[in-house]
Write a protein that binds this ligand. Structure first.
Ligand code: HEC
Ligand code: HEC
Ligand code: HEC
Ligand code: HEC
Ligand code: HEC
Length: 234
């Protein structure tokens, strides 16, 4: 049904007149007498008011201090204020860390668009505990010719000319008391993406898994690998 527009002074009770009779000002006649409420829980607001509250929520005018009738902005601001200390305390464990690197090397370009295999650059992942970052020779093998006037490649060539290793910023780190080996996992046919996420779509590498103990142990249980403390701890 169509309801007439609000009036500024309207309150739920101001319209409760008579025996539900239509008022002279064009009221739709859905009003009800407050005395008709027999139980203490009866909501004495007019039916019209209740319909509006439901129909127009959350923008219906407020008529009580109940939380359900609080202004939507108060609810939003209230939760935001609560979220700030929560995020400050615990945010670091959810935040995907993606540190800036000394040059704009993109996995999306190399591993995604050009489909260079992960192991072509991270050769050691199959053979040793560490996956390792590729040497500059590997980069220069292509970049002596490819895209050699690109400004970011200019940075690569400058490091190469100075014979200085590129100071890549590490993204993933486990505490020193944890033993981890790429070799065992890579040879068990666990894809890099299982632990590192869709790196081939990342312009800048970010950490996607928590690397917490529960994460390691969860998979070890599922894959029936050892969960003995001394497997992972020295
Ligand atoms: C062309 C060479 C190249 C290819 C191909 C490549 N990477 Fe990388 N990768 C790098 C370089 C260089 C870095 C260090 C700079 C950085 O973090 O962006 C790196 C960093 C990483 C890191 C972050 C290491 C850390 O610091 O914790 C991960 C994880 C990674 N690569 C996974 C992959 C995966 C998975 C693939 C395949 C989908 C892949 N890479 C393909 C060169 C390569
Ligand atoms: C197998 C060949 C190959 C290797 C190895 C390789 N690149 Fe590239 N790289 C390319 C190609 C192809 C492009 C051009 C992408 C384009 O412009 O479409 C490129 C582009 C780039 C760019 C330009 C940035 C961009 O987003 O286009 C940078 C920076 C770069 N590579 C850095 C590196 C570094 C650092 C290494 C070594 C870790 C490396 N590349 C190893 C093939 C390679
Ligand atoms: C079982 C999970 C897992 C798989 C599978 C995995 N990684 Fe990792 N990766 C990790 C963890 C955990 C670290 C942090 C290691 C540390 O701090 O000692 C890491 C670190 C790295 C690093 C940086 C440090 C290092 O070891 O050099 C690179 C690069 C990397 N991974 C690449 C890869 C590539 C490429 C593959 C696939 C061939 C792969 N990873 C597969 C869990 C995994
Ligand atoms: C996606 C699943 C998966 C995740 C995540 C994972 N692992 Fe494993 N891990 C395995 C499997 C499967 C094996 C057994 C490989 C084999 O049989 O050689 C294994 C083996 C190992 C081994 C060698 C066990 C031995 O008997 O010598 C170590 C050490 C290890 N994992 C440490 C870790 C640590 C530390 C983490 C977390 C940072 C981790 N793993 C996360 C699946 C996983
Ligand atoms: C599959 C590998 C794995 C196994 C098995 C494992 N842990 Fe861990 N543990 C880890 C990793 C990874 C961390 C580091 C977690 C982090 O940095 O948040 C860790 C951290 C810890 C910590 C430090 C917690 C902290 O908050 O600093 C303790 C204590 C610990 N482990 C005890 C144990 C005990 C006891 C067992 C045997 C019941 C065990 N772990 C088995 C991987 C493992």
């Amino acid at each position: 049904m169509r309801l007439p527009p609000y009036k500024a002074d309207q309150t739920p009770f101001s319209r409760t007149v008579g025996d539900g009779a239509t008022r002279a000002d064009g009221d739709v006649g859905l009003t009800r007498r407050p005395e008709a409420c027999a139980t203490p829980y009866c909501n004495k607001a007019s039916d019209e008011w209740k319909m509006r509250t439901v129909r127009d929520w959350p923008f219906a005018p407020r008529h009580s201090r109940l939380a359900t009738h609080a202004s939507p902005w108060r609810i939003v601001i209230g939760w935001a204020v609560l979220a700030v200390p929560f995020w400050t305390l615990f945010g670091c464990s959810f935040r995907a860390s993606a540190p800036a690197q000394p040059m704009a090397f993109s996995h999306k370009v190399h591993a995604g668009d050009y489909q260079i295999p992960c192991l072509y650059c991270h050769t050691y992942a199959r053979w040793s505990p560490v996956a390792g970052v590729p040497s500059m020779e590997r980069c220069m093998g292509c970049h002596a010719s490819i895209e050699s006037d690109h400004p970011e490649i200019g940075k690569l060539k400058a490091y190469w000319a100075r014979k200085e290793p590129i100071p890549w910023v590490r993204v993933h780190t486990l505490p020193a008391f944890v033993r981890f080996s790429h070799k065992r996992h890579v040879r068990a046919d666990i894809t890099c993406q299982t632990c590192h996420g869709p790196v081939e779509r990342m312009v800048r590498v970010r950490q996607t898994a928590s690397l917490e103990m529960g994460w390691c142990v969860e998979c070890h249980r599922q894959r029936k690998a050892s969960t003995d403390c001394l497997v992972c701890h020295y």
